[in-house]
Design a protein around this ligand. Structure first.
Ligand SMILES: Cc1cc2nc3c(=O)[nH]c(=O)nc-3n(C[C@H](O)[C@H](O)[C@H](O)COP(=O)(O)OP(=O)(O)OC[C@H]3O[C@@H](n4cnc5c(N)ncnc54)[C@H](O)[C@@H]3O)c2cc1C
Length: 492
């Protein structure tokens, strides 16, 4: 028997969740109260780890996104006329060594198309009006746009319902954190005169606040500006003339905004829900965490929440593996990542908005020095690209052999191999040394990809999760911990 899953919210996180579950053969229903899809750009960055994880869905999904977007490989920071840092994305081993600039609306369109290939369409104009849960499932009340109500019963409910998450409110969960005391404005503009090529970001640090330019395409930029202390009221969206005047003051001069494609103003919230799971209800994306747009990690982190949960839920919903530890690992793994992202994006924002002139001078000197050091650049690259994300304290981690990566670490996708977790069933992958012989007969084959891969360099047996993180590693021939690990997952 396969449990069905109700996903509330068809933004990028709900679409990713539905796509992952649908391709793994779990019946899903995806509803959203909006009656028409949002056409504005909103989040514009897709980082390498997200593209790696989306590639697992097959159908050329990540390649399609890459073909539509603008790959950026360099981030510059400039204060006045002084270059502070130039960080190149060049050290990360990944098939996608860049940050892809693509409007969120286009990312959503591509995801929705791939979801349709699995026979699932988002049902728009349907609002989750309420829900209850018991040991066996979730009962949801759905209100259609014409006022009609229906009651639906599902095995699980996934809340991908955004920052104001009605599900989070319904569960009575706190959204702990703060709202920053400053206002921000952002817009997409046709513009000229930017003194960097189209594959480079630039952030101008200035005493009034930062100005950040993301190249979306030749002659088209996302501009983000700190616009000063908040009055407490919802900030007004500045006209293009204000954006231009601020850029003239903070940039090198000569940059000209021609017309506005879309603009908005906002305040920054840094908040995280205390529990990502309550019984059969899970929270993902903005429903679980919101933070500064510095670093452009919000949507990416949410989509990776979905990837993390989907393979575990698919194993449980299809009855292939029933250990409580599987679903139980979602909260500790993703809450820890969410907390790291909130802390890192908060630090970047505070660095960019320092008011004290002496502190700014020290910051510029120290960062110029530090960001010139290869290890610091490498660490920053890992954080931004989300390739350094791992689950080192996960309850799902098995033992780690001393050679090679530790349990919980990301396994670098290898050229010429199918991505870990590809296909229609979430399976673990075995990498083994060259001469280890056959699988032991007691290996639970339903959980393991029949295509075993070699591990000629490090040797040893590595068991890789369907989301591409190492589950455990042992020396060649030491099958017992591998068999035991998989049997424990399979058991209720
Ligand atoms: C104006 C704006 C600009 C942004 N700019 C950036 C940026 O520059 N960089 C960045 O990283 N991020 C940005 N973001 C944030 C980014 O858009 C979010 O991180 C991302 O959309 C989160 O995706 P999500 O799927 O979790 O939630 P959302 O995209 O918010 O989707 C939630 C969905 O749930 C639906 N929903 C809510 N309640 C119900 C209900 N009861 N029943 C049915 N459906 C419901 C909503 O209609 C909505 O479609 C921006 C957001 C906005 C609004």
């Amino acid at each position: 028997m396969t449990d069905t899953v109700l996903i509330v919210g068809a933004g990028p996180v709900g679409l990713t969740m539905a796509l992952e579950l649908a391709r793994y053969g779990v019946p899903v229903r995806l509803v959203d109260r909006m009656t028409k899809r949002e056409e504005t750009s909103r989040a514009v960055a897709l980082w390498p780890r997200t593209l790696e994880l989306l590639a697992r869905a097959g159908g050329g999904l990540s390649d399609e996104l890459v073909a539509l977007g603008n790959p950026v490989t360099v981030a510059n920071i400039v204060a006045g006329s002084a270059p502070i840092a130039r960080v190149e994305l060049k050290d990360i081993e990944t098939p996608y060594p860049f940050v892809l600039m693509l409007p969120q609306s286009e990312t959503e369109t591509v995801l929705a198309r791939h979801l349709a290939d699995h026979g699932v369409q988002a049902e728009l104009g349907i609002e989750l009006a309420g829900f209850t849960q018991d040991e066996a499932g979730v009962t949801a009340t759905l209100r259609h746009a014409d006022g009609r109500e229906e009651t639906a019963r599902h095995g699980f409910l996934i809340a991908c319902d955004g920052a104001h998450s009605p599900v989070r409110h319904g569960l009575g969960l706190a959204f702990e954190g703060d709202t920053r005391g400053d206002d921000w404005a952002q817009g997409d503009f046709h513009m000229s005169g930017v003194p960097y090529p189209v594959n480079e970001f630039v952030t101008y640090w200035h005493e009034e606040g930062p100005a950040v330019l993301f190249p979306m395409a030749p002659g088209r930029y996302r501009v983000i500006l700190g616009i000063g202390a908040s009055s407490g009221a919802v900030p007004a969206v500045p006209p293009i003339e204000t954006f231009q005047a601020i850029l003239d003051r903070r940039g090198p001069g000569g940059m000209v905004l021609h017309d506005t494609i879309w603009s908005s103003a906002f305040r920054i919230n840094e908040r995280q829900v205390e529990r990502y799971r309550v019984g059969r209800v899970f929270l993902a994306g903005d429903a679980a965490h919101v933070h500064s747009p510095a670093g452009g990690q919000g949507m990416n982190t949410g989509m990776q929440d979905a990837v993390n949960l989907a393979w575990k839920l698919a194993l449980v919903a299809r009855g292939i593996a029933t250990a409580p530890a599987l679903l139980g690992s979602y909260h500790p793994e993703r809450h820890a990542v969410g907390a790291q992202v909130i802390a890192a994006s908060g630090r970047l924002t505070r660095l960019a908005t320092m008011e004290n002139p002496l502190a700014r001078q020290i910051r510029n000197g120290v960062l110029h020095f530090l960001l010139g050091l290869a290890p610091v650049q490498h660490q920053l690259e890992g954080t931004l690209t989300e390739t350094s994300i791992g689950y080192e304290n996960s309850p799902l981690n098995g033992v780690s052999w001393q050679a090679g990566p530790r349990a919980g670490e990301r396994m670098v996708p290898r050229a010429g191999e199918a991505p870990y977790g590809a296909g229609d069933t979430p399976r673990f992958t075995l990498r083994v040394g060259e001469d280890v012989g056959d699988h032991p007969p007691e290996l639970p084959l339903a959980l393991v990809d029949p295509l075993r891969r070699t591990n000629p360099v490090a040797g040893g047996i590595e068991l890789v999760r369907p989301d591409g993180y190492l589950a455990l590693s042992v020396t060649d021939g030491e099958w017992e911990p591998v068999v035991d690990y998989l049997h424990r997952l399979g058991r209720a």
